[in-house]
Design a protein around this ligand. Structure first.
Ligand code: PRP
Ligand code: URA
Length: 212
């Protein structure tokens, strides 16, 4: 948690920071960029899932019986397309049984407002882990949370995972979604005149998929 943004938690684990620096490097090609994003997804997923609730049920070990803890309810990974998919890969490795949902958004290049083109969410999602590596103006993340709330998902059941957050985006997200915690690997300096994060890593979707 940072004192400036009470709903933001930054993960400064050395492995995450090392991998993020490699991702920021403009010479890093899509194949390595994808691998690093997946690996960071795994590392951040450990912290993101720290407060999942457990419920015991009896099992038999080879030695005896015991009440063993298991996850109490379903978990749903919701990727904001496209770039969220790359980070969700790591979370899926941690939770192969998780349900998955997708919210397709792209930023209008002129207005920087999110445009929605696809929504598919499972019924009974339980805890929702909303994933998008970039929190720039915050428009996309706030829109995605609104989609979830419209489907009857409670804010207390949502966590937002990103890689790089801009102060402008955190401020907007925290104002619109005060009950949704944000977990990020880095809080960068500011947005440029095109609403790109500085220093950032450029366009995450383009770097992931080699598009422009
Ligand atoms: C990027 C990123 C976020 C959004 C962040 O997606 O993955 O979804 O921009 O910007 P915001 O906080 O200002 O809304 P983009 O719109 O470029 O789509 P893409 O993933 O398909 O490239
Ligand atoms: N989307 C990105 O992919 N990168 C930014 O810096 C801002 C929005």
């Amino acid at each position: 948690m940072t004192s400036r943004f009470p709903t933001l938690t930054l993960l400064d684990h050395p492995l995450i920071q090392h991998k993020l620096s490699l991702m920021r490097d403009r010479t890093t090609r899509p194949v390595l960029f994808r691998q690093l994003l997946r690996e960071i997804g795994i590392l951040m997923g450990y912290e993101l899932t720290r407060d999942l609730t457990l419920k015991t049920r009896p099992i038999e070990t080879p030695m005896t019986t015991m009440d063993a803890p298991f996850l109490a309810g379903p978990v749903t990974l919701v990727s904001i397309l496209r770039a969220g998919l790359g980070m969700t890969e790591g979370l899926r490795e941690l939770m192969p049984d998780a349900k998955e949902g997708h919210i397709g958004l792209f930023r209008d290049p002129e207005t920087h407002q999110p445009r929605e083109y696809f929504v598919k969410l499972p019924a009974d999602p339980g805890r929702v882990l909303l994933v998008d590596p970039m929190l720039a103006t915050g428009g996309s993340a706030v829109h995605a949370v609104e989609v979830l709330l419209d489907r009857g998902i409670a804010a207390r059941d949502i966590r937002f995972l990103c890689l790089i957050a801009a102060p402008e985006g955190v401020e907007r997200f925290a104002a619109a979604c005060p009950d949704v915690p944000i977990l990020a690997a880095a809080l960068d300096s500011h947005l440029d005149e095109n609403a790109y994060i500085i220093p950032g890593l450029g366009d995450a979707g383009d770097r992931l998929y080699g598009t422009e």
